[in-house]
Ligand binder design. Structure first.
Ligand SMILES: NC(=O)c1ccc[n+]([C@@H]2O[C@H](COP(=O)([O-])OP(=O)(O)OC[C@H]3O[C@@H](n4cnc5c(N)ncnc54)[C@H](OP(=O)(O)O)[C@@H]3O)[C@@H](O)[C@H]2O)c1
Length: 317
């Protein structure tokens, strides 16, 4: 089968289209024909070896890619939730990074996947799992966002931010987005009531004009200086969620706020809820770039810019 294979860490030239053995579904697993795979910033971080400073287990050759949409091809012993031919999607990060979704087939425990939204293509469905689950687990699970609360999303036009803004709208919260000005119309179309441009000066001033005491929940998708500023944008007793760097407990305690670092986990109950919202047209996904598997280098160049609107996917079969 065709797959993108990484034999050592490095630049985009290390992503090589090759032939590798088709996996067999093990006990409790399903074999999936992958139709499309999501491209996420973690993919270029893995390619460069950046994730492994923390000792994350991995095994070369690595097939990158953590989310996908596809079709059930076969079932292993004991797997019974899906039939051959079912259309599914899922976030497929395994404990050891080795066999990912930039590939024609994957064998994965059936507990990782669920039925894909019926009203969208495989390409659109593949753009959902990792980014949407991250936003869901940040906004709803870690921070417990409620109706009529305020939500500030920093990096609102990217993969995770685009879902977080919509989850804020679905919850009935008042949503403010931090994004570059060219993306303001986009984040407002998703449900942000207010938008502030981080490139036009210190965004904390714009936030204070709208939320004088800070927001109940702040999600930072940018890290670095933005994350430091984010601590000043949270209301006393409110929640700051960071997904790029670990939280700083000293800063959080000094401001009397809760700080959480979220590292996204596979969760099919949440993916089922997300599917219902997509099917009810409450949740939309913008695939800004769609590339074929041999065009993977272009996909990585784009995701590495850190300025992608919406999502990028690879079309596989
Ligand atoms: N912990 C986890 O489980 C987890 C899960 C998913 C992602 N992540 C991490 O979260 C980050 C975001 O992921 P993503 O998929 O949303 O990335 P993405 O699709 O590349 O989006 C990045 C967004 O950040 C914005 N941005 C860039 N520089 C900014 C700045 N200085 N201030 C404010 N916004 C800025 C960009 O907006 P403009 O175009 O307007 O500049 C863009 O919308 C990545 O580092 C990723 O690795 C972590």
């Amino acid at each position: 089968m065709k797959a993108i294979v990484l034999r050592e860490f490095g630049g985009i030239e290390k992503l090589v289209l090759g032939d590798v053995p088709k996996p067999e579904p093990g006990e409790g697993e399903v074999l999936l024909r992958i139709k499309a795979a999501g491209v996420n910033p973690v993919d270029f971080k893995i390619r460069k070896g950046l994730l492994f400073e923390r000792g994350y287990p991995h095994q070369f050759p690595i097939i990158p890619g953590w989310d996908m949409a596809g079709i059930v091809e076969a079932r292993g012993y004991g797997a019974k939730r899906f039939q051959a031919g079912d259309h599914v999607y899922g976030y497929c990060r395994r404990p050891v990074i080795a066999r990912g979704t930039y590939s024609e087939f994957i064998s994965i425990p059936e507990s990782y996947i669920t039925h894909k939204p019926r009203n969208v293509s495989f390409e659109i469905a593949a753009a959902i799992p990792l980014a949407a689950l991250t936003a869901y687990q940040s906004v709803y699970v870690a921070a417990g966002l409620e109706k009529r609360q305020s939500l500030l999303v920093i990096g609102a036009s990217g993969g995770v931010g685009s879902f977080a803004v919509q989850f804020g709208r679905i919850a009935g919260a008042k949503v403010m987005a931090v994004a570059s000005e060219k993306n303001h119309a986009y984040v407002k179309s998703l449900g942000a009531k207010y938008a502030v441009d981080y490139a036009a000066g210190d965004f904390r001033q714009g936030v204070r004009k709208i939320f004088p005491n800070g927001a109940d929940v702040v999600l930072d998708c940018a890290g670095g200086d933005s994350l430091l500023k984010a601590y000043d944008c949270v209301k006393k007793g409110g929640h700051l969620v960071t997904i790029v760097e670990k939280e700083n407990e000293t800063l959080a305690q000094g401001r009397q706020i809760y700080a959480h670092y979220v590292f996204v986990e596979p969760d099919v109950t949440q993916l089922d809820q997300i599917r219902k919202w997509v099917e009810a047209r409450k949740l939309t996904v913008k695939v800004f770039f769609s590339f074929s598997l041999p065009e993977v280098h272009r996909a990585h160049l784009q995701i590495e810019t850190g300025h992608t609107q919406g999502k990028i996917v690879l079309r596989i079969s």
